[in-house]
Design a protein around this ligand. Structure first.
Ligand SMILES: [Zn+2]
Length: 581
């Protein structure tokens, strides 16, 4: 045990004498080691940059190891002194050098050590900590000790001096708001949390880690790249959706013409965009054409372009949608509405990969992937002679059937949530979601208008619901009673309509608007009721309906086909045979 007052006077003359300045050569020496006189502020900025670019933890590791290296070197000097004096006195060379180097003023509080047995306990007071000062300057008061370089120094010095791992910890730190810093050192194994502290002494190759992380990023990008470019509304977990999506993904890899089938509003254009986004043409144009929206006599000019003077009014040459989609994807929606002559031209383009503008006989090569969509059974149109069979077979090579929303109920809440986020942003509203009743209504509704209807309905809800509230059933559906209590439609258990409802027709209309009934079902109700009233006399029934007898017979035949009845069964006796749902 050493009398502390005798070693607490600051750097001894012997230690001071080890520091030599050589102004001529510009070198500063501490014993055998070259030292530097650097600007504390510059050092502080370096420390800050390390923290800002690598994070506290990594910067702490680097700085701790830098301090450790200094401590190791200073311990060499102390060991040369230990031959002349007591171990504890020799040990104090380190704290004295630490002070002399301008890092921190060290005052010993307790020091017990024995180099033979390896026993070590040290407690020191640190004042004017350089590191705490700059840490507080740049980051304010911290919740943990911040004198990392200095702790590294103490550990490196004591470990080298003792010949075993000595771990110092700051129990108080000026960086945490204490008046000064206080450190305690013991052999590493005496600290229960030694492993936690020692990890700062293990060098880590940040470059290796950066390269490793970079590789990971590249790999992740390549796997999620497809998802990133997908339309945001392309979401679903239902088996039907996933099946269609998987098929779409497979189709995206080739250039095959894809036929998308599905009811109105299922999101055929969304699927087409997803197909485009997943394929190699994703950076090229995606051009969508709704064949039903273009007058029949203009559709060819629109698709294939026109040369000047091709027809009256063609003042200048104009490229068609095919040319505008060159290199990319052309999406032809409502394919069933494409007139027959345009169908022939389309078939030629698909076969020859070149187009001819109207009024021009020059073939222009086009590199366009074609996606077509229809909500009408094209095969039926082929049978009716309204659609070219050769074109149909060409398009039919790869078809993807998109299920109606009523068959993917699992997706309704996901989609509703997505649309809620979307339209809340569009209309600048903060809403807390849907009420339970509204959620139930969304889940039980039949969605005749499919995803598009859900989207429109949620937008309506976002507009109508007061900011900060939840969307209620009323905000979604225009007629709450018809939706929330669909059984109030007063259908008899045999499927007959209640006469009161029949007379007003109001609930029936609401039922159609809300998707509880389809227009086809209402037509079936009318026909069957008329046939029933006429006791099976089709001529009488057709008069009631304002139809000719062949017109009624045609509708009945279609009805029978739709309900799976054999046509030869004749007119149904009772409407209950229909599946009212
Ligand atoms: Zn401190």
């Amino acid at each position: 045990m050493v009398k502390l007052h005798s070693i607490a006077r600051g750097p001894e003359d012997g230690v001071r004498a080890q520091v030599r300045f050589c102004p001529r050569t510009g070198q500063i020496w501490l014993h055998e080691h070259r030292m530097l006189l650097v600007h504390a502020e510059a050092q502080g900025l370096l420390r800050k940059e390390l923290i800002d670019s690598l994070g506290m933890d990594r910067a702490r590791g680097l700085l701790t190891r830098m301090g450790y290296a200094s401590g190791l070197r200073d311990a060499e000097l102390a060991r040369t002194r230990s031959q002349e004096c007591d171990d504890a006195v020799a040990f104090m060379v380190g704290p004295q050098l630490h002070t002399l180097e301008g890092i921190v003023q060290v005052t010993p509080v307790q020091l017990q050590l024995d180099r033979v047995t390896g026993r070590f306990f040290g407690e020191f007071l640190w004042e004017n900590s350089w590191e705490a000062q700059w840490h507080r300057h740049h980051y304010g008061q911290h919740n943990e000790p911040v004198c990392w370089t200095q702790i590294g120094y103490a550990c490196g010095y004591a470990s080298a001096f003792m010949g075993r791992a000595i771990l110092f910890k700051e129990v108080e730190c000026a960086g945490m708001g204490h008046a000064s810093c206080r450190i305690i050192g013991r052999p590493a194994e005496e600290w229960p949390d030694a492993a936690e502290q020692l990890r700062y002494f293990t060098p880590e190759s940040i470059a290796d880690q950066l390269i490793e992380l970079q590789t990971q990023v590249v790999q992740l990008r390549s796997t999620i790249g497809e998802k990133e470019t997908l339309p945001a509304d392309m979401i679903g977990v239902s088996p039907g959706f996933l099946r269609a999506f998987e098929l779409l993904r497979q189709g995206s890899r080739s250039q095959i013409t894809v036929l998308l089938l599905g009811e109105t509003g299922v999101g055929k254009e969304l699927f087409a965009r997803a197909l485009h986004a997943m394929g190699p043409r994703r950076d090229k144009p995606f051009v969508a054409v709704n064949c039903a929206a273009i007058p029949a006599d203009l559709v060819e000019a629109e698709l294939f372009g026109v040369e000047r003077g091709a027809y009256t009014g063609a003042q200048c040459a104009r490229p068609g949608r095919f040319e505008r989609a060159d290199g990319g994807t052309l999406f032809l929606d409502e394919m069933a509405d494409l007139p027959l002559p345009a169908q022939s031209k389309l078939l030629r383009v698909l076969q020859d990969r070149e187009i001819e503008r109207l009024g021009d006989h020059r073939a222009r090569p086009v590199d366009v992937r074609v996606i077509v969509a229809s909500n009408i059974d094209l095969q039926r149109l082929v049978k009716e002679g309204r659609f070219r069979s050769d074109l149909y077979y060409r398009l039919n090579a790869f078809q993807v059937e998109i299920p109606p929303l009523r068959e993917r109920k699992e997706d309704v809440s996901f989609l509703a949530k997505r649309f809620l986020e979307k339209y809340s942003a569009v209309h600048g509203k903060k809403l807390r979601g849907f009420t339970d009743k509204a959620k139930r209504a969304l889940l039980t509704y039949a969605w005749p208008g499919n995803v598009r209807e859900l989207q429109n309905m949620v937008e309506r809800g976002v507009i109508l619901a007061p900011s900060g509230s939840r969307i209620e059933v009323d905000h979604l559906f225009s007629c709450q009673s018809a939706q929330s209590q669909p059984r109030e439609l007063r259908l008899g258990i045999d499927g007959n309509l209640d006469s009161a409802t029949w007379e007003t027709g109001k609930d029936l209309c609401e039922a159609v608007f809300n998707g509880v009934r389809t227009l086809d079902e209402v037509e079936a109700m009318l026909i069957e009721t008329a046939v029933d009233k006429a006791h099976g006399n089709l001529s009488a029934a057709s008069r009631m309906l304002g139809l000719t007898r062949p017109q009624l017979a045609y509708r009945l035949k279609r009805l029978n086909e739709a309900t799976g009845r054999q046509p030869d069964e004749g007119a149904p006796e009772k409407p209950k045979d229909l599946q009212w749902r």
